[in-house]
Write a protein that binds this ligand. Structure first.
Ligand code: HEC
Ligand code: HEC
Length: 355
């Protein structure tokens, strides 16, 4: 074998020297300032790639025309431009679909539920829930198993990611959760600014940032932290932060956190949404009742809606704000848009476009 050794070494050299740069894989590189979310090191590219396919597959709905991506659109940072989303059979859901950007950092999922914590559990609701039906697959579990068995691409991908055996439905949930954990958004103009590039955002946005972090406006009290929310899991810390607040919307149809806890003081409390990509996630709030960022700012300035309820947070007392300041604050919020995330092919629909 000896004479071949130099040949093999040469081949290895040739391969490493001429191999093209690795294609953008399903697991993105994190910027240095961002601590990885839980489970990051164990993230499986094969499972995430399978999860992406499942996320976009309309065959996972009873009517064949709804996928997760119907209500979680990439160009909207995986949120829904429809005020409240509609299920496969046309039922209106109660709430607006939140952005899935950086969902791996959330210790609790959904707008107002401290008990739903795992992505693997959450996705069973849209798939199999019936109140109201979203994808309407309850009772159609065998249809899914059949699809995963008969479709050649699925068969190959499930085998590669999980081996030949096991419960394909359970594996489906794991794969979709893995895909969602790869949805990292941290490349906004404001991120570049915060990392030291003073020119990355315009003076108006810089003035807006000063307002956002001011004692007068108090936005940072709830929308602080790396992802502009106080519901955040940082594994360098011993405790998860999970916060629900009443911002004075006074929505009579939705008790918020109280629906789960039964405590009257939790009425109207909702989780603080991350403000990353907020310029593209309109309409706003749990019920999609505010159309524009200006509308949101004016609502905070007024201290909530008239009759917004006595339980409104003391951090939303209302404030004076000038036209110029509204423009500055809006410019700051717009600087949180991560264009690369909205167009990253690694997160795009893997199915060929329908003619
Ligand atoms: C018919 C629209 C619709 C479909 C289809 C849908 N979702 Fe959602 N999704 C929503 C709405 C509405 C919420 C917010 C519900 C709430 O908080 O009560 C939500 C919330 C979520 C959340 C919580 C995000 C957070 O920040 O806490 C995740 C994760 C999620 N969906 C993933 C999925 C996955 C995966 C699928 C496919 C299996 C899916 N969704 C299908 C409408 C939809
Ligand atoms: C007391 C905590 C708190 C403070 C202070 C606060 N927010 Fe919020 N913010 C929330 C919560 C909670 C929601 C969701 C409310 C709901 O849907 O019922 C929210 C929603 C939003 C939304 C809509 C996001 C979306 O995806 O729907 C924007 C934009 C926003 N806040 C910006 C601001 C700005 C700007 C300020 C400062 C003027 C501010 N917030 C102050 C807690 C707070």
């Amino acid at each position: 074998m000896k004479p071949f050794a130099p040949l093999i070494a040469g081949l290895v050299w040739l391969l490493t020297e001429t191999a093209p740069a690795p294609a953008a894989g399903p697991v993105p590189a994190l910027p240095e300032w961002l601590p990885p979310p839980a489970g990051w090191e164990r993230l499986s590219p094969g499972k995430a790639e399978l999860g992406r396919r499942l996320f976009y597959d309309t065959r996972l709905s009873a009517t064949g025309d709804v996928s997760c991506a119907t209500c979680h659109r990439q160009d909207r940072a995986f949120s829904d431009p429809r005020g409240v989303s509609a299920g496969a059979f046309g039922d209106r859901l109660r709430r607006n679909a939140p952005s899935l950007a950086n969902v791996a950092y959330r210790p609790v999922l959904l707008w107002a539920n401290p008990d739903v914590r795992r992505l693997e559990d959450q996705l069973l609701r849209p798939l199999f829930g019936a109140d109201p039906p979203e994808m309407g697959m309850n009772g159609r579990e065998d249809q899914l198993r059949r699809l995963f068995r008969r479709d050649e691409t699925y068969r190959r991908m499930f085998d590669a990611a999980f081996g030949a055996g096991g419960d394909r439905l359970e594996q489906m949930a794991v794969a979709m959760a893995e895909f969602q954990r790869t949805l990292i958004s941290a490349r906004s103009a404001y991120d570049r600014f915060r990392a030291g590039d003073r020119q990355a955002i315009l003076p108006a946005a810089r003035a807006g940032a000063d307002l956002f972090f001011s004692e007068r406006l108090q936005c940072f009290q709830c929308h602080g932290g790396l992802h502009f929310t106080d519901t955040h899991r940082d594994r360098r810390l011993a405790f998860d932060e999970a916060a629900f607040h009443n911002t004075g919307l006074g929505d009579p149809d939705d008790p918020g956190l109280a629906a789960v806890t039964g405590r009257p003081e939790d009425r109207g409390r909702f989780r603080t949404p991350s403000l990353r990509n907020v310029a593209v996630t309109a309409p706003y709030m749990h019920d999609g009742s505010v159309e524009t960022l200006r509308g949101v700012i004016e609502l905070y300035a007024a201290g909530g809606r008239p009759g917004g309820g006595p339980d409104r947070s003391s951090l939303v007392p209302g404030f004076e704000i000038s036209e110029n300041e509204i423009r500055h604050l809006t410019a700051f919020l717009e600087s949180l848009t991560d264009e690369a995330f909205l167009t990253d092919p690694a997160y795009a629909n893997p199915f060929p476009a329908r003619k």
